[in-house]
Design a protein around this ligand. Structure first.
Ligand SMILES: *[C@@H]1O[C@H](CO)[C@@H](O)[C@H](O)[C@H]1NC(C)=O
Ligand SMILES: *[C@@H]1O[C@H](CO)[C@@H](O)[C@H](O)[C@H]1NC(C)=O
Ligand SMILES: *[C@@H]1O[C@H](CO)[C@@H](O)[C@H](O)[C@H]1NC(C)=O
Ligand SMILES: *[C@@H]1O[C@H](CO)[C@@H](O)[C@H](O)[C@H]1NC(C)=O
Ligand SMILES: *[C@@H]1O[C@H](CO)[C@@H](O)[C@H](O)[C@H]1NC(C)=O
Ligand SMILES: *[C@@H]1O[C@H](CO)[C@@H](O)[C@H](O)[C@H]1NC(C)=O
Length: 258
């Protein structure tokens, strides 16, 4: 029992004299254990105790990813009421031992950090983590869940252009691109990474009723047999069958058939 009380953390707090080891009754043992438990919990939370209500630790640290543009986002700790807090960001690939500093976000006052360049291997899982400093106190690190860009990135809507020829409408679709060029300096389409299905919807404005005009993998769609002197609007989305996920809808393109 006495050895147990010579806990290195307690020694460092100079409490071993107060606790002592001379007495041996069960009651004093219980008191010592109670004190030890109290001190241990105090020491564990000591990195994150000021101020006393709430925590400096940023909750909800997570990646938000669109078209492989990977942004780490977080919220201020519940103890932060005013300004003056700064944040520190680290990241690593799953399986690596060392966390790396994100220099651009070391001491940032923002609540986000662009980690696109640090998460370029789209099939590998990554972690990010954030620590807060405020009024001379440092929080513990707050870590994201595992983040694999290929599984988690969300696609923007397709770009849609329309060309009207008499009573038919040509709809040209283009998938979003990656936020960086590939090794040969070319823009790279999401089509290089996923099987994409395009869906085109058309609304006859006089009827106000939307129909599916096309669903498939082609990027050029011809819609024929439109009614003269009618207005139509088309809108498109991308569906990813493997992930069971669809993009938001594109902007509407509207035409008037002469
Ligand atoms: C924090 O800073 C912002 C912008 O500098 C300011 O508008 C706001 O009033 C400040 N809030 C507090 C609580 O000081
Ligand atoms: C991260 O930055 C801190 C503070 O500048 C430094 O002490 C630490 O060694 C750095 N870590 C790495 C892995 O570079
Ligand atoms: C990513 O790297 C590119 C090329 O080195 C650079 O131009 C860009 O500013 C970097 N982006 C971020 C957010 O660090
Ligand atoms: C469009 O309609 C006009 C008149 O009906 C016709 O002469 C012309 O060939 C048509 N254009 C196309 C590209 O079909
Ligand atoms: C490549 O992407 C950039 C940025 O999105 C864009 O400005 C440029 O027009 C694109 N180039 C081509 C050839 O599509
Ligand atoms: C770069 O992108 C272009 C256009 O998508 C593609 O033809 C080329 O093969 C790519 N190069 C590399 C090295 O990925």
């Amino acid at each position: 029992m006495c050895e147990f009380l010579q806990f290195p953390l307690l020694s460092s707090l100079h409490t071993e004299r107060n606790i002592g080891c001379q007495t041996g009754t069960l009651a004093t043992m219980m008191q010592k254990l109670y004190l030890l438990g109290f001190l241990t919990s105090f020491l564990i939370s000591a990195t994150d105790t000021q101020p006393t209500h709430g925590s400096l630790k940023p909750p909800k640290v997570q990646f938000q990813s669109r078209n492989f543009h990977n942004i780490l986002r977080w919220q201020p700790g519940s103890a932060l009421t005013g300004n003056g807090s700064v944040y520190f960001v680290q990241y690593k690939m799953y399986g690596q031992r060392e966390w790396k500093n994100k220099t651009d976000c070391w001491g940032t006052t923002e609540l986000f950090c662009d980690l696109t360049n640090e998460t370029l291997d789209l099939y590998e899982p990554y972690y990010g983590r954030v620590m807060t400093a405020w009024a001379g106190s440092y929080s513990a690190w707050s870590r994201t869940p595992r983040f694999t860009p290929w599984w988690e990135t969300k696609l923007d809507p397709p770009f849609v252009t329309t060309i009207q020829v008499n009573t038919s409408l040509l709809v040209l679709l283009r998938a979003p691109e990656l936020p960086y060029r590939n090794q040969t300096g070319k823009n790279t389409s999401m089509e290089n990474y996923y099987d994409l299905v395009y869906r085109v919807f058309i609304t006859d404005n006089s009827l106000g009723k939307e129909q599916t005009a096309y669903e498939g993998t082609q990027r050029t769609v011809q819609i024929e047999g439109l009614t003269a002197r009618s207005g139509y609007c088309v809108v498109a989305e991308i569906y990813q069958p493997m992930l069971g996920r669809k993009s938001p809808r594109s902007e509407q393109r509207c035409v008037q058939i002469p």
